[in-house]
Design a binder for this molecule. Sequence first.
Ligand SMILES: NC(=O)c1ccc[n+]([C@@H]2O[C@H](COP(=O)([O-])OP(=O)(O)OC[C@H]3O[C@@H](n4cnc5c(N)ncnc54)[C@H](OP(=O)(O)O)[C@@H]3O)[C@@H](O)[C@H]2O)c1
Length: 340
Amino acid sequence: MTSTETPENLNSPDPAATDAPDPAASNGAPVMLALHQTDLGGPEVLRLTELPRPTPGPGEILVAVHAAGLNPTDFKHRAMRIFLPPPPLTLGWDVSGTVVETGFGVTLFRPGDEVFGMLPYPYGAGSHAEYVTGPTRAFVTKPAGIDHVQAAALPLAALTAWQALVDTADLQAGQRVLIHAAAGGVGHLAVQIAKERGAHVTGTASAPKHDFLRGLGADACIDYRAEDFTDTEERYDVVLDTLGGQTATRSVSVLRPGGVLVSLLPGAEDTLAAAEKAQVRAVTLLVEHDQAGMRAVAELVDRGRLRAHVSATFPLAEGARAHAQGETGRTTGKLVITVR
Ligand SMILES: NC(=O)c1ccc[n+]([C@@H]2O[C@H](COP(=O)([O-])OP(=O)(O)OC[C@H]3O[C@@H](n4cnc5c(N)ncnc54)[C@H](OP(=O)(O)O)[C@@H]3O)[C@@H](O)[C@H]2O)c1
């Protein structure tokens, strides 16, 4: 039981960059272009490929993708087996677009609605394409005040920051938080969310990015290339560790007893022992699709308290270039792939 409309304004892809369509693949059914890979490897494994357009199952919506954010997990899953089965793969978890079709039982959205969200992580990837399906409750209405590029930059990174600082650490007004890699995709949104909670925020970044951090509201900046963040009398209530490894272990020493270390990557082997000794709670978080979190993010955007910094956009046909730029690890804010 579905209802449909036809979206317009598709980008014309560069035919040279497009894999030849496989006539047997579509069998007359609707097709779409996707940034697809049949092997693991460098950015060159990504090919703009014609694939069957997905159809929404029960409880799902089909979204015409306008823009899709790029995250480090895209580069990592492109290159190696992590959570997903081996290729063929279409990556991409962030999406902002227009609902085209609704599956059986969907009551929250209708064709034509503008939505943004994060597809279920890790198994729901596929937004680096002209169309994607996902569960209704991975999405919320796109704030009217931002465009699809802005919206697509938010979901995975903002949900990670929200789930780390609010759901996990329960960050309170007046508390002190240290955010590692504060100029990156997660970090720059985490700074804004922490400030909105009324916290005192310290961020690490290379010196040229400190003005950017202060512009986001950071109270203090540490140049991680010139200073050791543990060389301080400061004791934080919360550390958001985007780096893992020894940064996780070393972060324990700057937390007060009872403080919380939320890591996004595995810590070193001695992290948990160090945390136990220091009476600190140390956890590793994996972001989840989350409609309540997306509503909170959208509400912050509506109130002008949260904004993604998009440092570059790339058309879908140049997705490989976006991956190459992203995996330098130097991105300020976010990179976004534009589709329509
Ligand atoms: N567990 C999860 O669910 C989850 C969710 C989201 C992200 N992650 C992971 O978290 C990490 C960060 O993600 P992201 O999207 O924020 O990455 P990103 O946007 O690629 O981060 C880039 C930023 O990292 C900074 N940086 C690099 N090395 C640094 C260091 N040693 N100290 C301080 N800053 C440093 C860079 O600043 P400079 O140019 O100044 O060096 C740059 O601005 C990634 O590994 C990602 O896979 C995990």
